[in-house]
Design a protein around this ligand. Structure first.
Ligand code: UDX
Length: 433
């Protein structure tokens, strides 16, 4: 099939490369010329495991092209719109500027009978509004939310755990077209749900709201654990054995960040307010507040470790990305904590295997170093904030040979506290006695 993908950010670039991998003829389109130049050369403009291989094989096969010219969408019969919906500056609501501009530009080039497929995360009600303009152009709209996780984006796209198609009532043609698009991705047992537009839009934000709530729930429990001497990891293991609860997304720590969870719960609350049902989502305010408070908890652990005043204390920060296997620092708790420590007078050296360049764009003044050894040399306090594998596997004795102090703050609760204490470290986690 001939497919266009409008928007080549995290979502669109991965989607375009995966669609080519599935055998389709794909053009990826974006207004960012530098991004398109990189993608067209088969290079990923951001870190995502497995993506560079797919880009270079797709480009080499001729099945994957990239362009800044929206007119290149002409000739494709299925058009995915995968542009960003960031938080509006000064507001909680989602900014639909890029979605609206993309639809407007794309609709000049769609042919009769084409299928336009929205993938962006949008406030509920957006699809039915856009459907009218799509239908006026002779095409049809489907809403097909994307659940990929950064770091697993290729895997999640090629073998999704479910597919959701939001279509007009009785629109079997669009369902059949989407089935054909995903034919080689859908394992026989992959659940495929056909819904109306509103449900499809809500599935995405509801899923992210649930995940955010699960993380904030366990982080709230970690505060109680600290007040009582209980152990949050054992608590999570124990409640996680209840299949109704499940162990995943119950890791207490410095909290969630990234381009989705924080802005999606805020956008969801803003939309619920507009719909007059804001009260029903008021609990998400707490979810957000608990999450942000975790950052301050980590900062306070550092202040305590420094004896009440961080001025002149040397702090090594391990990890800047919002999670491992990503160079994404959007709303990253790690980068936020690093900046707060600096503002409190600490002398911070920060490192990350992939996210130094992206961090530099947000906080140009932080002192970034390439390796753990450089960050930790002469440090008084070491703070682990993103659980990259190489940090989880650090040898406490080796690290102690280069630091000046012996305090490790484990902002992700991933280190073996007894091993670190055994090696002479003062170990502090969140909700770990
Ligand atoms: C998320 C959703 O998982 C995905 O389905 C959706 O499509 C986009 O948003 P992503 O932002 O890539 O994906 O990251 P995710 O793996 O969900 O992690 C989000 C944040 O939560 C990270 O900062 C992570 O460190 C944090 N987290 C996750 C925890 O603090 N504790 C946990 O137990 C799990």
């Amino acid at each position: 099939m001939k497919i266009s993908v409008i928007g080549c950010g995290y979502l669109g670039a991965v989607h375009a490369a995966c669609m080519a991998e599935l055998g389709h003829d794909v053009v990826g389109i974006d207004v960012d010329a530098a991004k398109i130049a990189s993608l067209a050369a088969g290079a990923a403009p951001f870190f995502e495991p497995g993506l560079p291989e797919l880009l270079s094989s797709g480009v080499a096969s001729g099945r994957l092209r990239f362009s800044t010219d929206i007119a290149e969408a002409r000739g494709a019969t299925v058009h995915f719109v995968a542009v960003g919906t960031p938080q509006k500056p000064g507001s909680d609501a989602a900014d639909l500027r890029f979605v609206d501009a993309s639809f407007e530009a794309l609709l000049e080039h769609v042919g009769p009978g084409d299928l336009v497929v929205g993938k962006s995360t949008v406030p509920v009600g957006t699809a039915s509004r856009l459907a009218e303009t799509v239908e006026a152009a002779g095409a049809t709209l489907a809403w097909n939310p994307e659940f990929l996780r950064e770091g697993f984006a290729v895997q999640d796209t090629i073998s999704p755990d479910r597919l959701v198609y939001g279509v007009r009532d009785g629109d079997d043609t669009s369902v059949a077209t989407l089935d054909a698009v995903y034919a080689s991705a859908i394992a026989a047992e992959t659940p495929r749900l056909v819904t109306d537009y509103a449900t499809a839009e809500l599935v995405k934000v509801a899923a992210n709201a649930f995940l955010a709530t699960k993380i904030s729930f366990i982080n709230a429990m970690s505060v109680v654990a600290d007040a009582t001497g209980a152990n949050i990891t054992q608590l999570a293991d124990a409640i996680g054995h209840d299949a109704r609860i499940g162990r995943r997304f119950l890791n207490a720590g410095v909290g969630f960040g990234g381009g989705c969870l924080p802005k999606d719960i805020r956008g969801f609350m803003a939309r619920a307010d507009e719909l007059g049902v804001g009260e029903s989502l008021a609990f998400l305010k707490n979810v957000d507040a608990i999450n942000l408070a975790q950052r301050e908890r980590v900062v306070q652990l550092a202040v305590e470790a420094a004896g009440g005043d961080l001025t002149g204390t040397r702090v090594a920060i391990l990890g800047l990305a919002f999670k491992p296997d990503s160079d994404d620092v959007r709303d990253s708790p790690a980068l936020d904590v690093a900046a707060r420590l600096v503002s409190l007078g600490a002398i911070v050296k920060a490192t990350d295997p992939e996210a130094i360049e992206t961090s530099r764009r947000v906080h140009p003044d932080l002192d970034y170093v390439a390796t753990v050894d450089e960050a930790a040399a002469e440090a008084d306090i070491v703070v682990l904030l993103t659980e990259w594998k190489q940090y989880r596997e650090l040898d406490p004795a080796e690290l102690a040979s280069i630091t000046s102090g012996r305090t490790i703050i484990d902002g992700r609760n991933v280190l073996d506290s007894s091993r670190w204490r055994g090696a002479g470290w003062e170990y502090r986690g969140l909700g770990r006695p």
